[in-house]
Design a protein around this ligand. Structure first.
Ligand code: BGC
Length: 332
């Protein structure tokens, strides 16, 4: 080893030892996920919260994150955003378990299914770590509060919109994010209940996209092959409607097939402007994220929090776009 690298090695080791002792002295929590180093070392945060979505890179979840970050900045809270890169239930569960083990001050996540999430949430809460569900609720669990869409009602609204927007026989195919997730089941159920009494509306098929664009497109394609009588689609999660629309455009059937989707991602709004998607169910992901962080702080500080907060949901059509310019879901 040269003299120079010897010196570098000694300085490096010294630096390492000093930072370790400082961390122990100040009792900094070692977290499982990565925060910018300078940020966590320099800034003093009141609490350390984690938001665990089912899919990190999903644009819908980025809006939830954006809202949560905004509230975190305002209230000097350290917020981590961690979870599966692509929807994966095992990774989702693992991230929650790791966050609990690293003793965060609060966990904000979806209550995707009663089977996997209720016992897990109950275990975490029993350890003294508060859990708030966002976007999807497990009402049977011991989560302290839920903030998000009333998912049954949002599906019901979609059914009513389809009734209002179509005439004659409507043969509907539903592509849902997942068969097991609570919110997806509720959206489908709400839709079915809304159209139940309409003799001219028939639900021909219900398929699952697994929150994957490729799968949503595959399913839409298959449905059109197997059921050429289908003339309406309902996509119950953010990416389903977009992919249904691509397939319908491929077959040049946009004038014959009615599509109602979910959420107001830029691609969806573009397809509404084009006329391929006729309507979409608006959710407020930014508000969910913002509100969840605020509620968590209140809970930690012993303030009273309403156990169920429903964010706004409504139907959006092309006629609504000219008025508000399509900037959806980013306001507090
Ligand atoms: C749902 C989210 C889901 C997303 C998938 C949204 O409509 O509310 O739970 O992760 O779609 O793209």
């Amino acid at each position: 080893m040269s003299k120079l690298s010897n010196v570098a090695y000694t300085v490096g080791s010294l630096f390492f030892l000093v930072s370790c002792s400082l961390s122990i002295f100040y009792g900094y929590k070692i977290v499982t996920h990565h925060l910018p180093k300078e940020e966590s070392a320099v800034k003093k945060y009141r609490y350390h919260l984690i938001l665990v979505p089912e899919e990190l890179d999903n644009e819908y979840w980025k809006l939830v994150e954006k809202g949560a970050k905004k509230a975190a900045e305002k209230y000097s809270v350290q917020l981590e955003y961690a979870g599966p890169k692509q929807a994966n239930i095992d990774d989702h569960v693992k991230t929650i378990e790791m966050s609990a083990a690293s003793k965060v001050d609060g966990i904000i996540t979806q209550g995707l299914s009663d089977e996997q999430f209720t016992p897990l949430i109950n275990r975490v809460v029993a350890k003294g770590i508060p859990v708030i569900t966002v976007d999807t609720d497990t009402s049977n669990s011991k989560r302290l509060a839920y903030i998000g869409t009333d998912n049954y009602y949002s599906g019901f609204l979609a059914g009513k919109a389809l009734i209002a927007d179509t005439k004659g026989n409507a043969n509907v195919a539903i592509i849902t994010g997942s068969f097991y997730a609570n919110h997806m089941q509720q959206r489908v159920k709400g839709f079915q209940d809304a159209v139940k009494a309409e003799k001219r509306i028939h639900i021909i098929a219900v398929e699952e996209s697994e929150i994957s664009r490729v799968k949503a497109a595959e399913k839409a394609n298959q449905i059109l092959q197997d059921h050429p009588e289908v003339n309406a689609f309902f996509g119950t999660s953010a990416l389903d409607g977009i992919e249904i629309a691509q397939v319908v455009e491929k077959y040049k059937k946009q004038n014959q097939i009615y599509i109602i989707g979910f959420d107001t991602l830029p691609e969806t709004l573009k397809l509404i402007r084009k006329g391929t998607i006729k309507a979409t169910v608006v959710q407020e992901p930014f508000q969910m994220g913002y509100g969840a962080v605020k509620m968590m702080i209140d809970l930690i500080e012993g303030k009273k929090v309403s156990p169920i907060v429903h964010t706004d949901t409504r139907i959006l059509r092309i006629s609504d776009l000219s008025v508000n310019n399509g900037r959806m879901g980013e306001h507090e």
